[in-house]
Write a new protein. Structure first.
Length: 225
C-alpha cells in the first residue's frame, strides 16, 4: 500500500507523471552527525510523536539511481533505494513477532527537488515474495499491476529517520506536514505484519505504483546500490 504524508497515511489515487534519472552516489555510512550537538540539538519531526521525537542528522548514504516523480499538484520528489532487510523491531520498540517470523523493512532517500515546500508524502511501497508470507497473513498481501506475480505488499508504515547533510526538518503549515525546498531525508518503510524468518534482504523490493505518482499505475522499481 502506498503511503501518504503525515507519517503513514494512504496515498490518494490521482494520475501523476514520472521521470527517471540516474546518478552515481559515494559510499558512506549512515551515522549521527557529530556536529549535531546530541539529541538536544536535533530538530523534532512535526506531526510524528510531538516534541519528544528527534531526527538525527546523517551524511548522504550510498543509494541506487534516483526516480523522479511529480504529483498532479506539482509536488516533485526524488526517490532512491538504500537497503532492505528484516528485523524484529525495524522501527524501534514494537510488539515482538511470533516465533519463526520477523518484520521486513527498507530504507530510501526522499528529496524535495523543487524550489518550494511540498507535502510530506511517502510514494514508495515495500514488496516481498508471496512464498515468504505466513499463512495467517497471506490474504493481506496484495499484488499490484506491473509488479511480478510472485511479489506482494503487506500493510506497512513509513517514518523519517534521518536528515541528510543537515537538511531542515519537516514543518507544520496549517495542520499539514511539509518538506522544505531542497530537503532530503532517509525514510524507513516497515511491514506491520510479519514475514517468515527465511526472507532475506535480496528477496525484498521497492516499487512506486500509486496512480498519484505513476502515469499508468504500473509499478516502477527502485534499484538498490
Amino acid at each position: 500500500m502506498g503511503r501518504l504524508g503525515l507519517a503513514g497515511a494512504v496515498t490518494g489515487a490521482v494520475t501523476g507523471a514520472v521521470g527517471i534519472a540516474a546518478v552515481a552516489a559515494g559510499i558512506v555510512l549512515l551515522r549521527p552527525d557529530s556536529g549535531s550537538g546530541g539529541p538536544s540539538g536535533e530538530p523534532s519531526l512535526a506531526g510524528e510523536g510531538g516534541s519528544g521525537v528527534r531526527i538525527a542528522a546523517v551524511p548522504a548514504p550510498e543509494a541506487g539511481p534516483p526516480l523522479n516523480v511529480t504529483t498532479p499538484e506539482g509536488y516533485g520528489y526524488s526517490l532512491a533505494a538504500i537497503r532492505a532487510g528484516t528485523d524484529r523491531q525495524p522501527l524501534g520498540a514494537t510488539q515482538a513477532p511470533p516465533s519463526g517470523t520477523t518484520y521486513a523493512y527498507a530504507d530510501y532517500v526522499l528529496t524535495n527537488n523543487g524550489r518550494r515546500p511540498v507535502l510530506l508524502d511517502f510514494p514508495v511501497d515495500l514488496f516481498m515474495p508471496k512464498a515468504g508470507i505466513p499463512a495467517s497473513a497471506r490474504e493481506r498481501c496484495m499484488p499490484q499491476a506491473g509488479i511480478p506475480d510472485d511479489m506482494c505488499t503487506l500493510p506497512n508504515h513509513s517514518k523519517v529517520t534521518g536528515r541528510i547533510n543537515g537538511a531542515k526538518p519537516p514543518a507544520e503549515d496549517e495542520g499539514t506536514t511539509m518538506v522544505p525546498a531542497g530537503a532530503s531525508y532517509v525514510v524507513r518503510i516497515a511491514s506491520d505484519l510479519p514475514v517468515e524468518d527465511g526472507v532475506s534482504s535480496g528477496d525484498l523490493r521497492l516499487y512506486v505504483w500509486s496512480a498519484r505518482f505513476t502515469s499508468d499505475r504500473n509499478g516502477i522499481g527502485l534499484a538498490f546500490p
